[in-house]
Design a protein around this ligand. Sequence first.
Ligand code: HEC
Ligand code: HEC
Length: 344
Amino acid sequence: MTKVAIVARAALLALTASVIVYFRSGLLQTVPAVGSKIGGVRANIDVASGILRRMSPDLALRIDALSPELVQLGSLLFQDARLSRSSSISCASCHQPSVAFSDSRKQSIGEKGPVTRNAPVVFNRGLAPRLFWDGRASSLKEQARGPLLCVKEMGFSESSYLARVVTDGDRDLRSFLGASPVLERICAALAEFQISLVSVSSAFDQHEWDGASISDKVQEGARLFRGKAGCSQCHTGWNFSDEKYHDIGLITDDLGLAGMTGVEHDRRRFKTPTLRNISRTAPYMHDGSFATIREVLDHYNAGGARAVGRSILVRPLDLTLDELDAMEAFLGSLEGPVVCVARQ
Ligand code: HEC
Ligand code: HEC
């Protein structure tokens, strides 16, 4: 049995315990929206819960409606490598809690080697209108079928998975999954768990929402971000994304949104990603083509590497070195813990 499977089994035994701990390492923490205290992580939890209710009341409501049992099952399935053909790849292989649920590779590695795109983060996605860089899934439940069924990523087979669960003696998990349709049940639990993943308490959030102090340099960076540099035209709102698709002037063969719509105008348009925890999720862009934040800033400062088809919102910016430093400091201040907000 693999190490991940052991962790999953050990965690399953805790199904009825009052304190839920999903991941043993990384920055993931658990948050009871209502209920008992969880030791040392309580301070972060309170900050996150308090800010979330003011920042996105809709998401807070959605989280209040989560089923704690499904969240718990989803957290186990998320790190269960038995879901993949070779029992070596789980969702958490490419969405690692230690790097804000992305991975540190240009292209993630699946069952058959590298996949074509860079792994995005999977927190603050509870109300996302569409998922994937080209928006081809309309819900987290639908999205989960993608990696599970893709032979290059996980190559899931219902019969092999159930056989492994039975061989490993996971009777609780087997009965939780019920009879068919097992895939439906797995996707629903994975979605429920991912809705519970939230990151809203960065240094910058604490400054904006709770009046905590922050350096002048970060404040200057924030001013530039919203002003001269024009970043907030797309990286807007509490999660720094308009959830729309743009061509930012990258050189790429990837069709982007056009691959889904078939519309020429959508070529090379990709979904605006959040900038939260950006300091932990290098390399950047749908193809991982930039290794550092400074490379990204240089790209925008030059107005992109390619002008034809590029969004009119991306243009040369004339930012000075000091201004670029300030923007980098601001982007760094968007780092904060990812917490699991689940009722108990
Ligand atoms: C082999 C690596 C790999 C595995 C395994 C994997 N993912 Fe992903 N994930 C990716 C990549 C790469 C993308 C972006 C693909 C694209 O947009 O075309 C992605 C996209 C996503 C998104 C969309 C996020 C957004 O905001 O658009 C979610 C949600 C997600 N994965 C969840 C999961 C879940 C749940 C599992 C397990 C069932 C999983 N992933 C397994 C690499 C992986
Ligand atoms: C026209 C809308 C738009 C504007 C303006 C814009 N961005 Fe982006 N940003 C995007 C899109 C779309 C992507 C993803 C592009 C891709 O992967 O091909 C992106 C990607 C990024 C990434 C990489 C994120 C990741 O997870 O890989 C960073 C960092 C970033 N932008 C920062 C900025 C900064 C800083 C500015 C201002 C100088 C800015 N953006 C202006 C739309 C925009």
